[in-house]
Structures are given as structure tokens and as C-alpha cells.
Design a protein around this ligand. Structure first.
Ligand SMILES: *Cc1c(COP(=O)(O)O)cnc(C)c1O
Length: 480
């Protein structure tokens, strides 16, 4: 008998493993047939390793000159496989990157009130599309329309599942079959391939670019107006700024031009910041160079569209505010049904907007995204010191620990030029690379996502939530 077939003969039968003590705990996680399939998968993998002559040492142990299969290795592989099948793929992670609106990490953490609202709405029935007074059908967007319209000083509001969809349905409603005039300096691409020219095409409107990348004048818009023009569009250059020799046209000027030719004006604002500097006190002399929807509504824009999970700090949604006839036309567009908001996002958004209404000057402290944005350097340095000392009590001498100055970013394609001063906890591993350490942190029970620079792992307290601190410390305690 060859060595290979001797090893293959050591592989136990699926049924023997299924009836063994080593897997019995797994029946709490999944049915017998599921565990059985997982055992089959693991045994097949072992068979393939033997045939390929690979990693034999992982599965076999030598005793009395014979190779015996390692039952502990089998049980642990089976347990991993079952957990992989039954555990949700979407997991809580610790965002230690210092990027507040991290799109890859789910953008905004919800305020407590919004979380409670989601649980209530989702754990039973709710009046999603039901008028409790009249006892008949109503519309889901009505739950938030008057709050967001009031916050923005607009006549009416509508909501869909994200801002890309809000822009698409607005253009399709207001401009389909006609020409939309946009400055060449504003043909943005937002991450995840949202490109203004492509969205325009999908909406059925024709893009009419005017001006140059760095300069667009009112006369550029005016000379492009024809009887085919259906809309003047202003797009917020969310994730970049054109600096230097520049000129652009304000919304106010566009509104005056629009009035002269009877053409509506729309603004794609992106960020969804709702608070001005009086209600959102920036620390340490920082200045927010970001418009709020209310300003553009006051300037006379007919429609303003923005995200709900960027600087508004709530769930994924796209909001349209503006003149009621246009908002109503957008709501009636059949496309709106295809991109409607779901009840969980709506519940979160509704509750978040109530915070803005009830606590105009305090809401920023209750909305995690805004609380992170306005954290002072002093608060952050206290947190950094706490994290450093808690980590010092769990990691070995193989990790150097320090604190150092650095910068956080707002992220989510907003405020690209704003560097927020922060204090970083710097971990320098002495026996492994920073890359290897960050990989180990990612494989923790609650994965920790961090930045790397100069072969150090950097943790930014600005985006580490209080609830995440224990998980962060555990991730370091369990480094092997
Ligand atoms: C972010 C952004 C969008 C896309 O919004 P989503 O809510 O991510 O769909 C569209 N336009 C601008 C200007 C943006 O900044």
C-alpha cells in the first residue's frame, strides 16, 4: 500500500464523526443534515490535500512510526465550516481608521433613537403606508416629508433609497427628453461609479456641458439655453475642490437666469448637512466649507437632492426637497416605486429627523457622525491615552505603544480638503510587520480596521465608538 492510500484510509466516515462527542455542540447551531454536509466538505478537503501531498502535518500526527489523523484538527475545521455557513457575513467592525463617513464600513452609525425606532418598526407591524386616523392607505414618504421640509424651509419633500436614485428620478421627471445644462467643473464621479454623465444618460436627459473645468460664467449657461433646455443643474463637487484660477456660478444667479427663461433649477448637494455653524459648533477653530440645503432653498432652487447617510448621519436614503408641484411630480414617477425606501431605513430617518426638530442646538451630540466630526482635540487626546493604557495592559513587550498627532478625514466624498487634527494610538510590532498585525486585527472576533503608516498600526479614537472599546482591547488581547 502506498503512503497516500494509507493516509486516505485514515479518514473517518461522515457518520462516525456525526455521532461523535466532538461535533455534538454544533447541533445547537444547525440541523444534523447541515452539520453532515459540512463534515463532508471538510473530509473532501483533507482528501484533496493528501492527493496533492500538501499540508499533511496539519491533519496527521506521527505516533509509533505511523501517521494518525488528528481528530482535534478535524473537529476544529468542521466547527469553523459550520460557523461560516450559519454566521451572517455582514458583521460589526471597529472603525479605527479615523474616516468618519467610511462608505466601505457602512457610512453613518445611527443615533440611539433611530436604532430603537428600527427595532420597533421591524419587530412587528407598523403604519408604514396606513393612515391611523382615516383607517385607509397612505404613502410611506409622508412620515418624513413634513419634518425634512421644515428643517430645510422647503414646501415639500420626498424620499427614495439613496441619493443616486433621488438624482436619477428627479432628472427623469423634470428633464427627460430635453437638455440639462451643467458646468464642466461639476461632472463628478462619486465612488462606486456614480458618474453624473452616466446618470444623466440613464435618466433620458441630454447633458449639455458648459464652461471649462476651472471656470464657468453665467453667460456660458445663458448662451447654451435653447427651447430644448429643461433644467439647470448645479452639482456639489463633493469629493474634490477646484482651487486656484476659478470661477463658478452661484445657485442664486442660476435661479435668476432660470426665472428669466422659465427653466427650473436643481441642486445635487450630496452631503446632506442640515446644520449651520450656530448649531454645529466646530472645535479648535475648524471651519466647515459645506452648504446646507436650507441655503439653496432660500436662494430659490426648485429641487435640492441629498443623501441621508452622509453628514445628515442617518440611514441610507436619498431626499428631495423643493417646490411642491415638482416634488409631487417626482413622487408620481413610476420609477419612484422601483427605488422606494424600505421601512427600516425610513424608521431610522424619521427618528433622526425628530432629533433635529426637537434639539436644534444639541442634536449634533446625539448623532454619532456629527459627534465624531465635532470632537475636540482635547477629548480625543484623553481617549487616546485611555486606549493606549488599556492596550498596554494586554499586549506583550513585542508591541511598542505610543500616541502621536495626526489627522482624521470626514470621508464619504465630503469635505475633501478638511483635515481634522487628531491624536493617534500608534502600535509598532517588533517581531511582525504592521501589515501582518493589521491582518490579525481584521480576523478578530469583532474585526478592527485600522490605518498603517511607517510600519506602525494607527488607531484613531475619533471613529472608535464607546461600545467598541472592549472589542478593540479583546482583539489585542487575543493576538497570537
Ligand atoms: C454621495 C453623492 C451622491 C450619491 O449619493 P448616495 O446616497 O451615495 O447614492 C450623488 N451626488 C453627490 C454630489 C454626492 O456627493
Amino acid at each position: 500500500m502506498t503512503e497516500q492510500s494509507r493516509l486516505l484510509r485514515q479518514i473517518p466516515a461522515v457518520d462516525d464523526l456525526l455521532n461523535s462527542q466532538g461535533v455534538s455542540a454544533l447541533f445547537e447551531l444547525a440541523e444534523r443534515s447541515v452539520v453532515s454536509d459540512c463534515i463532508g466538505t471538510v473530509l473532501q478537503r483533507v482528501r484533496e490535500f493528501i492527493l496533492a501531498g500538501q499540508d499533511i502535518g496539519n491533519w496527521f500526527i506521527e505516533a509509533d512510526g505511523e501517521q494518525l489523523i488528528r481528530e482535534d484538527a478535524l473537529y476544529s475545521a468542521i466547527s469553523c465550516k459550520v460557523k461560516e455557513v450559519v454566521s451572517p457575513s455582514l458583521r460589526r467592525v471597529v472603525n479605527a481608521t479615523g474616516v468618519i463617513i467610511h462608505t466601505n464600513l457602512g457610512r453613518s452609525a445611527l443615533p440611539k433613537a433611530a436604532l430603537d425606532a428600527v427595532v420597533k418598526a421591524a419587530s412587528g407591524y407598523c403604519n408604514l403606508e396606513y393612515d391611523l386616523v382615516e383607517g385607509k392607505r397612505s404613502k410611506r414618504h409622508e412620515h418624513i416629508a413634513s419634518s425634512i421640509a421644515a428643517i430645510c424651509g422647503a414646501e415639500d419633500a420626498f424620499v427614495v433609497n439613496n441619493n443616486a436614485a433621488a438624482v436619477l428620478v428627479s432628472l427623469n421627471t423634470l428633464a427627460k427628453g430635453g437638455e440639462v445644462i451643467v458646468s464642466r467643473g461639476e461632472l463628478v464621479e462619486i465612488g462606486g461609479s456614480f458618474r453624473m454623465p452616466d446618470v444623466m444618460e440613464a435618466s433620458g436627459a441630454v447633458l449639455r456641458e458648459v464652461g471649462s473645468t476651472n471656470k464657468t460664467k453665467l453667460s456660458d449657461y445663458e448662451s447654451a439655453i435653447t427651447d430644448r433646455t429643461t433644467l439647470l443643474l448645479k452639482v456639489h463637487t463633493s469629493n474634490y475642490r477646484i482651487v486656484g484660477f476659478t470661477q463658478d456660478v452661484s445657485v442664486k444667479e442660476l435661479v435668476e437666469l432660470g426665472a428669466k427663461y422659465n427653466i427650473p433649477v436643481m441642486v445635487d448637494l450630496g452631503s446632506g448637512l442640515l446644520l449651520d455653524e450656530n448649531c454645529l459648533p466646530m472645535p479648535d477653530g475648524l471651519v466647515m466649507d459645506e452648504h446646507i440645503a436650507r441655503d439653496f432653498i432660500r436662494d430659490g432652487a426648485d429641487i435640492v437632492a441629498f443623501s441621508a447617510d452622509k453628514l445628515l448621519g442617518s440611514s441610507q436614503a436619498g431626499i428631495v426637497v423643493g417646490k411642491s408641484d415638482m416634488v409631487r411630480a417626482i413622487a408620481k414617477n413610476p420609477l419612484s416605486r422601483a427605488i422606494r425606501i424600505d421601512k427600516l431605513s425610513l424608521a431610522a430617518l424619521d427618528a433622526t429627523l425628530r432629533l433635529y426638530l426637537a434639539w436644534p442646538t444639541k442634536s449634533y451630540q446625539m448623532i454619532p457622525t456629527l459627534a465624531m466630526l465635532t470632537k475636540s482635540l482635547n477629548e480625543i487626546s484623553i481617549e487616546a491615552e485611555e486606549i493606549r493604557s488599556r492596550l498596554a495592559s494586554v499586549v506583550s513587550k513585542e508591541f511598542g505603544l505610543g500616541v502621536e498627532p495626526g489627522y482624521s478625514k470626514v470621508g464619504g466624498g465630503t469635505l475633501p480638503l478638511l483635515d481634522l487634527p487628531t491624536v493617534l494610538v500608534a502600535v509598532s510590532p517588533k517581531t511582525i510587520s504592521a501589515d501582518a498585525l493589521s491582518k490579525m486585527l481584521r480576523s478578530a472576533e469583532v474585526p478592527v480596521i485600522c490605518r498603517i503608516a511607517d510600519d506602525m498600526v494607527l488607531l484613531d479614537p475619533r471613529t472608535i465608538l464607546d461600545d467598541d472599546l472592549d472589542a478593540l482591547v479583546e482583539a489585542f488581547r487575543n493576538l497570537t
